[in-house]
Design a protein around this ligand. Structure first.
Ligand SMILES: [Zn+2]
Ligand SMILES: [Zn+2]
Length: 263
């Protein structure tokens, strides 16, 4: 039984002293694959290096988090395209998206950067990793405008990572061809509504992620998170869907492979 951590930030300096041990603990826990996420152009080379050093277990993404959306300019897309062409390890574009909770960038600037990069990703046939905080009312129309509906010839356009919306928003994202990323918050005691969103969305819509070093699950709240904690998220979802853990492993791993085109 193996799992895929579809979203981690192991390039974070919090892992500088023990990054190899973190990968080893993940492997020992059955986390067979990890996707390293780069949020800022200055992190792209680091993410590629992490993946390139571990070809059997790691891939990466190249993104522009909404925190940094004010960096988006006419030079950005050519730079992104060149970076993708230079790095076969890069399996998606992201994080991109909207953050109305913490980002200091004006909302209209975030919307323009997100819509433009998503449209480019679609035209290039590259999946996207979407971040959304307190912004579903704007996110869903942008996804609808860019993507229109489910893709043909593949399962997903991308993933709404660390999904925290309502069951209705989960449904809307799934109907547009987006997977939903499940993280530590599905294990938090008070999050019955979020568990209900994943229960209704079902196993075919979900991928697992830790967002390490952020969002540790219930048993390690307040600590640095790492990919080996993915098991706690998987175990909670096995309860939510009322299926054996190995079925969660098998199906979410298949979803992750389809999402990133990493067979
Ligand atoms: Zn995020
Ligand atoms: Zn993240």
């Amino acid at each position: 039984m193996t799992f895929v951590d579809t979203h981690a930030h192991l390039g974070d300096p919090q892992f500088d002293l023990d990054r190899d041990a973190v990968f080893a603990r993940a492997e020992a826990a059955g986390i067979a694959r990890i996707v390293e996420i780069a949020d800022h152009p200055d992190e792209w080379a680091r993410a590629v290096a992490i993946a390139r050093a571990r070809p059997a277990v790691a891939r990466c993404t190249l993104g522009l988090h909404p925190y940094y959306a004010d960096l988006y300019d006419a030079a950005f897309l050519p730079k992104l395209r060149a970076a993708l062409d230079a790095a076969p390890e890069a399996v998606a574009i992201g994080e991109i998206g909207l953050d109305y909770a913490r980002a200091e960038v004006a909302h209209d600037v975030q919307r323009r950067a997100f819509a433009d990069v998503a449209a480019a990703a679609k035209s290039w046939g590259v999946p996207v990793v979407v971040h959304c905080r307190d912004a579903f009312a704007d996110l869903i129309p942008i996804l609808s405008g860019v993507y229109g509906g489910k893709p043909e010839g593949r399962r997903y356009w991308g993933v709404v990572h660390c999904f925290t919306g309502t069951p209705e928003q989960a449904q809307a994202c799934a109907e547009l061809g987006f997977a939903l990323g499940a993280d530590g918050p599905v294990t938090y005691k008070k999050n019955d509504a979020l568990r209900e969103a994943f229960r209704r969305a079902g196993l075919d819509a979900a991928v697992l992620e830790t967002d390490s070093p952020y969002l540790p699950p219930q048993s390690s709240r307040g600590k640095r998170n790492e990919p080996s904690a993915l098991l706690e998220i998987a175990a909670k979802l096995a309860e939510v869907w009322d299926v054996p853990l190995d079925e969660v492993a098998r199906r979410t791993s298949a979803n992750a492979a389809a999402l990133y085109g990493w067979p």
